[in-house]
Design a protein around this ligand. Structure first.
Ligand code: PLP
Length: 453
């Protein structure tokens, strides 16, 4: 039985009756019915009715090499035939996670040479939180277990992920939260930079919020600081260049571990393998997922610094943590092939030197001037468009988020998939976008903005 035997209405009815969707108002979904995405090739997705949509989000920030890559399907097929599954528990291992770990150590910042696998970014962040607490306990400082995060951060949907995250709707105590996690301001210049304050000074002020919290809680009680290099789901909030080096300096000064969440930024999106390299920092843990396999298989990799890993190895004792699918052989085979393609096709250099700068200029020249746009910003292949009612005062439309949702709906109707988060439209294109595709995206976004006026 294949889905082709079902009409769209039938699929929608079954979907409504049996399928609970992530991040969805089901009352609304049942009224509207889901769009069925049935096929994808290169930068485009197609729905069951044959509509072609340019995917400005690379799925969910993950399909970096684009859709329809036979080589990944072949890698999965070959591995499934040879060894579809075996675990890395109980003094066993399988070859693909071993070889992938070596490759990841090669492309990551020099102090990150060990990885721990899971299946999602949320799992990776759960692991990272437990690991840093485990580390300090091994170091004889179990009370050093507080973690500092930031408002509007997104670190996943599990209880630990939402506790680390700083989004009000998700973080609510309603669902229960992991204790001893604090949230400080994020470097969101569009709303928080003072008039007359330089970008440099704003970056230092935002970093100082972390230092203030360390001093308030006492450095002996603070295990780590966690942050996304560029806040993604929170609205592609790009910190000034002064921010991350200052955060690293503060963390080192107070012996606080630096945890970087590169679930969105990893594997080329910023024009380097990792944003840590773009920002010039060396974190103690680095969580990655999504584009590790370009979304073709679920897989996450938590990188662990030599400092943390050597304590774990030298002190010994079991880290009571792991997943059935840690180091899944098929997912790791697909990741190896995906990294090979990114490298072979020079995708990262192209984003850094050619298409990334073109994307930035296109947003500025063609989108920023629109009446509904308060600001555009980008970093590599991450972009944001602030939707406002009044450009000068930055006044937003009411209710919050309504205008961006409207723009998104018009964008889809015009063949362009964008995401709306609050009053911000976000873009995270696959790394295969050419200048021509960027032009096409801008045309469609302008149409959507015009239609929403
Ligand atoms: N961390 C960041 C920065 C993310 O953007 C996401 C998902 O978008 C996650 C963690 C969670 O990843 P997953 O949805 O794979 O659990």
């Amino acid at each position: 039985m294949t889905y082709q035997n079902f009409s769209l209405a039938q699929l929608q009815a079954i979907d409504g009756a049996h399928h609970l969707h992530p991040f969805t108002d089901h009352k609304d979904l049942r009224a509207a019915g889901a769009r069925m995405i049935t096929y994808a090739k290169g930068p485009f997705i197609y729905d069951s009715e044959g509509n072609e949509i340019l995917d400005g989000m690379a799925g969910l920030w993950c399909v970096n090499i684009g859709y329809g890559r036979d080589e990944l399907a072949e890698a999965a097929y070959a591995q499934m035939k040879e060894l579809p599954y075996y675990n890395s528990f109980f003094r066993c291992s399988t070859p693909t996670p071993v070889l992938l770990s070596q490759k990841l150590a090669e492309i990551s910042p020099p102090n990150l040479n060990q990885v721990f696998y899971g299946s999602s970014g949320s799992e990776a962040n759960d692991t990272a939180l437990r690991l840093v607490r485990h580390y300090w306990a091994l170091e004889g400082k179990p009370q050093k277990n507080r973690v500092i995060s930031r408002q509007s951060a997104y670190h996943g949907s599990t209880i630990a992920g939402t506790s680390l995250g700083g989004m009000n709707a998700m973080h609510g105590q309603l669902y229960g939260a992991v204790p001893n996690i604090a949230h400080v301001m994020m470097p969101y210049a569009y709303e928080l930079q003072h008039a007359g304050e330089s970008d440099h000074d704003f970056g230092l002020r935002a970093a100082k919020a972390v230092e203030d919290e360390i001093l308030r809680a006492g450095a002996d009680n603070v295990a780590a600081f966690i942050g996304e290099p560029v806040q993604g789901a929170g609205g592609v909030k790009i910190p000034p260049a002064s921010y991350w080096p200052e955060i690293q300096r503060i963390c080192r000064k107070y012996d606080v571990l630096l945890m970087l969440d590169e679930v969105i930024t990893g594997y080329g999106r910023t024009g380097e393998w990792f944003a840590a390299q773009s920002m010039g920092i060396e974190p103690d843990t680095m969580t990655t997922a999504k584009a590790l396999t370009s979304g073709y298989q679920p897989l996450s990799a938590l990188f662990v610094s030599d400092r943390v890993a050597s304590t774990i190895v030298e002190k010994g004792g079991e880290f009571f943590h792991g997943y059935t699918y840690s180091g899944h052989p098929v997912a790791c085979a697909v990741a190896l092939k995906n990294l090979e393609i990114i490298e072979r096709e020079g995708m990262i250099e192209r984003v850094r030197d050619e298409t990334g700068p073109y994307f930035a200029a296109a947003l500025k020249e063609r989108i920023a001037g629109h009446d509904l746009v308060g600001e555009v910003r980008s970093f590599g292949f991450l972009g944001a468009i602030e939707i406002v009612k009044d450009k000068a005062t930055k006044e937003r439309f009411a209710p919050a988020g309504s205008a961006a949702t409207l723009v998104r709906d018009h964008a889809i109707a015009n063949g362009m998939m964008l995401r709306a988060t609050g009053d911000t439209m976000i873009l995270s294109p696959p790394l295969i976008w050419t200048k021509e595709i960027i032009d096409m995206a801008c045309e469609r976004i302008v149409k959507a903005l015009d239609a929403a006026k």
